[in-house]
Design a protein around this ligand. Structure first.
Ligand SMILES: [Zn+2]
Length: 306
């Protein structure tokens, strides 16, 4: 099951006690469905639970009979889509009238009278999400969106969300293939919105995925850092060996090095992987790390002058 379907299934388990909230949720579902007019009142969803909830709430709120039809929208993956619709113009008129809309309405807007009670905001938004919303898999992105067929309706939704005091967020709005997309980005904002509508468990899953991703990134960053450090040591050793070889291949050979540098030069070539501290401990007359470093610098200087 996708993360979006999981979220919708969780939302469908929430049943508001107050009739005003059930009505507000029904309004959100129908208004933000595929069509909400005299000719057609319908919504299509891939969630069977959402479809049945829309049918139940519409029957309860407007007292009309609702049809649910199933079609295969993704043949290969055998995914079904459920279309909820109200047949008969008389019944559709009843639905519109029930929410204070008239049948000749051209410019569809949110009728705030249906969501006047403060308690109804989350129910309404849950309905809108069940009808036209989706949320990305948090493994990929933190993105929640509502795909709305009309611009003014999308603007109304965006304004409604930005007015919700508990959420404190300003959704974005974009045009995609003739539809208007109201979207929210960022793990915190997406999780807040999900929790607000009633999908607290899915929101927690999202934050958990985020935490795991952060831990994994930190581990990766640390590993990269260590690898870089090892590379730096190996690179320095390689440079020292090149310098020593230059000296041994020169006319004077290794004997041009002062005596106290010769043993170190030979050890360096024999043990390229040793750290400076280890080299110092291996010398017949042991030396500190900085002492070894100083002598290697002198060897490098001599090679440079050749
Ligand atoms: Zn309410």
């Amino acid at each position: 099951m996708s993360f979006a379907s999981e979220t919708k299934t969780e939302l469908c388990q929430v049943m508001p006690q107050d009739s005003c909230c059930r009505r507000a949720e029904c309004y959100g579902m129908l208004l933000f469905g595929r069509s909400f007019s005299e000719n057609s009142v319908s919504l299509t969803t891939e969630s069977s639970a959402a479809a049945h909830r829309a049918a139940q709430l519409t029957a309860e709120t407007a007292g009309v009979i609702v049809d649910i039809s199933t079609s295969l929208w993704h043949r290969r993956e055998r995914k079904s889509a459920f279309t909820v619709s109200v047949s008969g113009s008389g019944q559709r008129e009843a639905v519109l009238a029930c929410f204070g809309h008239i049948k000749t309405e051209i410019n569809l807007r949110i009728n705030r009278a249906n969501i006047e009670n403060e308690c109804c905001a989350c129910a309404f938004l849950r309905g809108v999400f069940l009808s036209c919303g989706t949320v990305s898999d948090p493994q990929k992105d933190y993105h929640l969106e509502f795909v709305v067929p009309f611009m003014n309706l999308a603007k109304d939704l965006s304004a409604f969300i930005s007015e919700i005091y508990e959420l404190d967020l300003q959704p974005g709005l974009l045009n995609r293939k003739g539809s208007y997309v109201v979207y929210v980005k960022g793990s915190e904002h997406v999780a807040d919105l999900m929790t607000f509508t009633g999908a607290g468990k899915a929101a927690m899953n999202l934050m958990q995925v985020k935490m795991l991703k952060e831990v994994r990134n930190n581990v990766n960053r640390k590993t990269n850092f260590e690898t870089a450090n090892i590379d730096k040591t190996a690179l320095a050793a390689a440079e020292q060996i090149v310098a020593i070889e230059k000296i041994t291949n020169s006319a004077g050979g290794i004997s041009i090095l002062p005596e106290e540098l010769r043993e170190l030069a030979m050890l360096r070539c024999r043990y390229p992987e040793m750290s400076l501290r280890e080299l110092g401990a291996t010398l017949s007359d042991p030396l500190s790390r900085s002492g070894v470093n100083h002598r290697l610098q002198r060897i490098m200087d001599i090679a440079r002058e050749l």
